[in-house]
Design a protein around this ligand. Structure first.
Ligand SMILES: *Cc1c(COP(=O)(O)O)cnc(C)c1O
Length: 401
């Protein structure tokens, strides 16, 4: 069968319209936006248009609140380091145990090298934040609270608008890694207290290596990259003009399709999820089914090894991922599933299927058709599954899974 790509939380295909919009800026319109001559002046309107498209997608108050960066990782680093530099007398960070490594590795490093106190707030079994723990951790020494908008592994959405208000109540800044939320849920930053937000082009059908940091007007900021006066001195370095143009186009397309595509993709995700639960069985959907982005389902298969499942899926032309793309290959169970205290018999067997607006109903049908045979093979050669069958056939009561 034609390969089916269900790993869109790792990266998405750049939309052909995005690529087309970028191309002239590699050749005919190659100018440096900082140059005063015609070559430079030609590209300024393109940057302005892209900034405007992002402002609209985010519901930001002004174009000046958008700072282009090299991607989600840089935006997260810039936000966290800036908060510590500008919040004098405050040396604590409140975050969660389930953030992306682009946040977790930064706070780990700050803790190890600068003695910054980090509160990593836990989640419950469905991935919901320990709200009381979050409130208790905020205090007069909190420089920043950083909570992701949507989790990349499970799709669980966090109530960031409310969390931002609580952070402000403690005099702290609030940042959200919204890389997995932008383009999947409606966002209107004007109506929230969020100070900083990170997004990435390649997670919303834009190019790789480009992203943005939303910086609310009036938020103190200390630049991560110093150099030229680009981005109002908030991010030095010659602008990645083709990348910015591509990100702008991606933002425009995401906003235009938001309502229709989230409904369509959500229905496909639900169809896939239901079929797996009904036809494959012995599995559990991981994450908050009441508050999830529409494209993601993370399903843990009991007594199976995710690597073995992925191997058979790959053989059958289905591209999915383990709990997390960033953790795959490490054989360590995902930090997100561990934080959720997913039971041992499920922990290693979690597979993430992530759809996008490229995903068709025909593809989902083909995957649903192919899965029973794939799982029959995985189970036939899984010692843990065979051992489970043995023990449950001799047990007096069927185990739950
Ligand atoms: C992909 C991702 C990032 C990193 O973005 P890059 O542009 O690849 O650096 C950060 N946070 C989350 C939640 C992500 O999914």
């Amino acid at each position: 069968m034609q390969p089916v790509y269900l790993d869109n939380n790792a990266t998405t295909r750049a939309d052909p319209a995005v690529v087309a919009a970028m191309l002239p800026y590699f050749s005919e319109q190659f100018g440096n936006a900082s140059s005063a001559h015609a070559f430079g002046r030609e590209v300024a309107p393109a940057l302005k248009q892209a900034r405007g498209a992002l402002r609209q997608l985010l519901g930001a108050a002004s174009d000046a609140e958008i700072v282009f960066t090299s991607g989600g990782t840089e935006s997260d680093n810039a936000a966290i380091l800036s908060a510590l530099a500008t919040q004098h007398g405050r040396d604590e960070i409140v975050t969660t145990a389930v953030e992306h490594p682009a946040v977790l590795a930064v706070v780990d490093h700050l803790e190890a090298t600068r003695g910054i106190k980090v509160h990593r707030i836990g989640v419950d079994g469905t991935g919901r934040l320990d709200f009381d723990g979050y409130v208790r951790a905020l205090g007069p020494r909190t420089a920043l609270a950083s909570v992701m908008w949507a989790n990349n592994e499970t799709g669980t959405l966090f109530p960031v608008a409310r969390l931002a208000e609580l952070a402000h109540g403690a005099g702290a800044l609030f940042h959200t890694d919204a890389v997995q939320a932008v383009g999947k849920v409606a966002i209107d930053l004007k109506t929230t207290a969020i100070d900083m937000l990170s997004l990435s082009g390649h997670k919303l059908h834009g190019p790789k290596g480009i992203g943005a940091l939303y910086l609310r007007k009036g938020t103190p900021f200390d630049a991560l990259l110093r150099g030229g006066p680009q981005e109002r001195r908030r991010r030095g370095g010659t602008e990645n003009v083709p990348g910015i143009v591509g990100l702008g186009k991606a933002a425009e397309l995401a906003l235009a399709g938001l309502a229709d595509e989230t409904a369509r993709v959500g229905a496909l995700r639900d169809r896939l999820e239901r079929a797996i639960v009904d036809r494959i069985g012995h599995c559990v959907v991981i994450g908050d089914r009441d508050a999830r982005v529409p494209n993601t389902t993370n399903i843990a298969f009991a007594h199976l090894d995710g690597e073995a499942i992925l191997h058979r899926l790959t053989e059958a032309g289905i591209a999915a991922s383990l709990g997390s793309a960033c953790a795959s290959g490490s054989m360590e169970p995902s930090h997100v599933l561990r934080a959720m205290k997913v039971p041992a018999e499920l922990l290693k067997g979690a597979i993430r299927f992530s759809l996008s607006r490229d995903t068709t109903a025909a593809e989902i049908d083909r995957v649903i058709e192919a899965l029973p045979a794939i799982f029959a093979r995985v189970r036939a050669s899984a010692p843990s599954w065979q051992a489970h069958l043995q023990s449950s056939s001799t047990a007096t009561m069927e185990p739950a899974l």
